[in-house]
Write a new protein. Sequence first.
Length: 56
Amino acid sequence: MAYVISDECTSCAACESECPVEAISAGEGKYVIDAENCTDCGICESTCPVEAISAG
């Protein structure tokens, strides 16, 4: 199951640069994860400074 980004996202972009498959991009007011490209590696979750990313 793909990871998801909650509304707690501050749009800092830390996760986007760490995603090895480029599944994260800027959305409206927060970053979003493309579930079709996400490989469930969890790197984004551990990178997020505000803990806004979790397993979906």
